[in-house]
Ligand binder design. Structure first.
Ligand code: AHM
Ligand code: MG
Length: 336
């Protein structure tokens, strides 16, 4: 039987600590909580609900959309566009920002999301997730523009992810640490199960898609080679390796037991700075990981201070346990 602090109770208690808080943010978070429950349900039913497979369309990045990408995107929109807390939203699955429909009141927040991250995993029944980032809309404007969204990650009010794994979990930060909640499906409620999550400073586990090794830059090659050399190499210890191909699952593992995750800059497609998107993947995950004591870098700059140049901008991502990320950053300095 579930008992303890529900997510609703937790965010209302957080709100009470902020003098003058209107409750608008709490209500927006509640909408997002509801959206993740609906998506979790669709992911969980899988083939029984006919939601697996390709949607037959592609998104702005030229990637084929899965049925569940489209369903999750619709759920995120329909759960948040009517309640009056948002000025506009943006998604991995939509080319342009989505204004709030004229019939609904506008609010003071901007929402960015990747509705279903790791979607290559859907059809093989491996963990996927939803990532979101909340920014404040500039005051005194009648309609939000794309430029309003292009704020550095340090400006985020809140970031979170839902992980649809063996359990569904929601992990959030609003700048006062990181807390994890587990969904009790029978009750339909998230309970606080992972208070004050922390990324250990040290790790012996790394995550990188090694099939790209021939395209990596020298500092990343050096770091991975040294990990692979194990006890006999310069690091004088053995490393373990994981690659889930779902950033949400990788970050969750790192928040749980430490590790380093890398999707670095490579030369595979010189027109792309990396694979992952700054605004709705790298920034929210960086906010969470930094709030848990980890470090997030492109190898050369702190991710959250990058001035964004576009809604779907890609960035190199190196994040996780402090001492390992610092080492990779140092290798970039040494070898640039
Ligand atoms: P997606 O948002 O289109 O699902 O892609 C992002 C995902 C990340 O979750 C994951 O880390 C990476 O892409 C996996 O890439 P690869 O296919 O190179 O393993
Ligand atoms: Mg994604």
């Amino acid at each position: 039987m579930s008992s303890g602090i529900t997510i609703t109770q937790f965010i209302i208690e957080e709100q009470r600590r902020i003098p003058g808080a209107s409750g608008e943010f709490t209500l927006l978070l509640n909408d997002l909580v509801s959206a993740t429950k609906v998506i979790a349900n669709a992911v969980n039913k899988g083939a029984l609900a006919g939601v697996l497979g390709a949607a037959g369309s592609s998104n702005v990045q030229g990637e084929d959309q899965k049925k569940l990408d489209v369903i999750s995107n619709d759920v995120m929109i329909e759960s948040t566009n009517w309640s009056g807390h948002l000025a506009a939203m943006a998604s991995e699955e939509m080319d342009e920002i989505l204004p709030i429909p004229a019939e609904y009141p506008k609010g003071k927040y901007l929402l960015l999301f990747d509705p279903l991250d790791g979607s290559s995993n859907i059809d093989v029944n491996i963990s996927v997730g939803t990532i979101f980032s909340i920014l404040k809309a500039p005051e005194g404007k009648s309609a939000a523009t794309t430029e309003d969204f292009l704020q550095p990650g340090t400006q985020q009010v809140c970031a979170g992810y839902a992980l649809y794994g063996p359990s569904t979990m929601l992990v959030i930060t609003s700048g006062h640490g990181v807390n994890g909640f587990t969904l009790d499906r029978n009750v339909g409620e998230y309970y606080l199960t992972h208070p004050n999550m922390q990324v250990p400073d040290d790790t012996q586990e790394f995550a990188i898609n090694a099939s790209n090794a021939r395209f990596w830059e020298a500092p990343v090659k050096r770091y991975v080679d040294e990990c692979l050399a194990g006890k006999e190499g310069p690091r004088a210890k053995d490393f373990n390796m994981r690659w889930v191909a779902s950033m949400v699952a990788e970050v969750h593992r790192i928040l749980t037991r430490g590790g380093i995750f890398m999707y670095p800059r490579d030369t595979k497609d010189p027109s792309k700075a990396g694979k992952l998107r700054l605004m709705y993947e790298a920034n929210p995950m960086s906010f969470i990981v930094e709030q848990a004591g980890g470090v997030c870098s492109t190898g050369r700059e702190r991710i959250m201070t990058l001035p964004p140049s576009g809604l779907h901008q890609r960035v190199p991502v190196i994040l996780g346990s402090k001492n390992e990320v610092d080492k990779v950053v140092q290798y970039h300095k040494d070898m640039d």
